[in-house]
Ligand binder design. Structure first.
Ligand code: MF3
Ligand code: CO
Length: 250
């Protein structure tokens, strides 16, 4: 069941979203060569707590850290540790914050030092796919149109869309209905939803330079591309409005 949020609830989610967005801005400043992903985790955890938020990933199904840091072929759920960022890496950072019982969730992928034009393009296309998806998110449009806009853009640029992980509704829980696949399938069309004002959605294209098949590493969390080619991830929490969508994680 998809729960629509009241204006009062959306106002709280805006505050949660603001903390998430500011945390990701900090990442853009501090994620440099030689910094460890654990350093990033420590810094953001402090920031969130100082703002009165709770890092929701920590403890979620036993997840040990406050953020996910996924490097290069890692798609999502990379666990911060003593690994140091290297020149030419791409780093996805995903963070979810609970504030007064409501959650906001967002992710970005950034480059460390110099990356090739081709890799730059992977990041650009992923972010564009997210923006295009937000552009079609509107009351009375179909959920599958959100998925379709992502798939069309990504595949038209020669990249693949990850199929094993999806976006999701969000609110009191980090994961609520509906699931938001980044591609269109028969199953999605059969169970399609009409978007309604007040639905809060975490839209999150995960894309890759090679094939879309995934694998989970031995730590039982980190998801990588099977062919070990690069992957990017961008995510915003948005709320559906009468004539569009409002991004909450800004
Ligand atoms: N942001 C992820 C999502 O949207 C959740 C990370 S899983 C966790 O599904 F375990 F790290 F919390
Ligand atoms: Co999410």
């Amino acid at each position: 069941m998809i729960v629509c949020k009241s204006e009062r609830e959306i106002e709280i989610m805006r505050k949660a979203g603001r903390i998430v967005a500011d945390a990701l801005s900090i990442i853009k400043e501090i994620a440099k060569e030689d910094v460890t992903t654990e350093d990033l985790n420590t810094r953001l955890e402090k920031y969130v707590l100082q703002k009165g938020g709770i890092p929701v990933f920590k403890g979620y199904r036993g997840y040990p850290k406050s953020i996910c840091t996924s490097i290069n072929e890692e798609i999502v759920h990379g666990i911060p540790d003593q690994r140091r960022l290297r020149d030419g890496d791409i780093l996805s950072v995903d963070i979810g914050v609970e504030y007064r019982k409501y959650v906001a969730d967002a992710a970005i992928t950034i480059s460390i030092g110099e990356i090739s034009e081709e890799v730059e393009n992977l990041l650009k296309v992923c972010e564009e796919a997210l923006n295009k998806a937000i552009e079609v998110t509107c009351a009375n449009n179909k959920l599958s149109e959100v998925s379709r806009s992502i798939q069309n853009h990504v595949e038209s640029q020669g990249f693949s869309v990850i199929r094993d992980y999806t976006g999701h509704g969000i609110g009191r829980q980090m994961h609520e209905d509906p699931q938001i696949p980044n591609f269109v399938s028969k199953e999605l069309l059969k169970a399609d939803e009409i978007l309604l004002q007040g639905m809060a959605l975490a839209i999150e294209p995960m894309i890759c330079a090679g094939k879309y098949d995934t694998e989970v590493l031995e730590n039982r969390w980190t998801v990588v591309t099977k062919d070990r080619k690069l992957s990017a991830h961008f995510e915003h929490t948005v709320v559906v409005t009468e004539n569009g969508a409002e991004i909450l994680t800004v």
